[in-house]
Design a binder for this molecule. Structure first.
Ligand SMILES: Cc1cc2nc3c(=O)[nH]c(=O)nc-3n(C[C@H](O)[C@H](O)[C@H](O)COP(=O)(O)O)c2cc1C
Length: 188
């Protein structure tokens, strides 16, 4: 399977990267094709709310920045893993910009109440790190992500919270087991 792994931390070698790299190694051992993308290195603007993407003839987004090839990667992938540190009870701005731009993957046909998603049926997962607790903190990213998964008509493989995360030593055997399980569900 083709699995797209998105690192949403500005740090390429931080806590989130460590957890994501561990998951990627598990996926490679299961002979999946892994593509790793560091989202904050890309130039992805926020959604302009122009609704161009909702016109019948529109394909993806009118804003031709680095989001476009990444959205195409998403369409090609069988599964997508998102990862992010908690920043002010939410996703880091660079990752939030991408999530907002994914709005272009949803469309509504005139006269139909049901929406269409270009990501329908894809398996997705999330890794969240945080300095603080899960409750009322890291879980807020999971709640938003869950809603997004439903909106995008994707299948949720799971969410792994690493919180409180006090460096890579917090990614202990218990967390590694959760990442192993997530890798199995992503690839099945
Ligand atoms: C701008 C900023 C905002 C943060 N906000 C929160 C927060 O709201 N809750 C929390 O628990 N940790 C917060 N943290 C801590 C990070 O989520 C935590 O250190 C995380 O593991 C960093 O992951 P990284 O090394 O992959 O970047 C924040 C850190 C920064 C730099």
């Amino acid at each position: 399977m083709k699995i797209l792994c998105l690192l949403g931390s500005p740090k390429k070698k931080g806590n989130t990267a460590y957890a994501l790299n561990y998951l990627e190694e598990q996926l490679k051992q299961q002979h999946h094709e892994v593509k790793h993308v560091h989202v904050p290195s890309l130039s992805i603007a926020g959604c302009k709310e122009c609704y161009w993407c909702k016109q019948d003839e529109a394909y993806l987004c009118v804003n031709n920045d680095d989001a476009i090839p990444l959205l195409k990667d998403m369409l090609e992938a069988d599964a997508i893993i998102f990862s992010a540190p908690t920043f002010c009870w939410g996703f880091p701005a660079q990752m939030k910009a991408l999530l907002d731009r994914m709005f272009c993957l949803i469309s509504w046909k005139e006269g139909e109440t049901e929406s269409h998603s270009l990501l329908e049926g894809k398996t997705v997962g999330l890794i969240v790190t945080a300095g603080g607790e899960v409750k009322n903190n890291a879980e807020l990213l999971g709640i938003a992500f869950n809603n997004m998964v439903e909106f995008m008509k994707c299948k949720l493989a799971g969410i792994v919270y690493i919180a409180p995360c006090e460096g890579i030593q917090s990614i202990d055997d218990t967390i590694k087991q959760q990442l192993d399980d997530l890798s199995q569900r992503l690839g099945s």
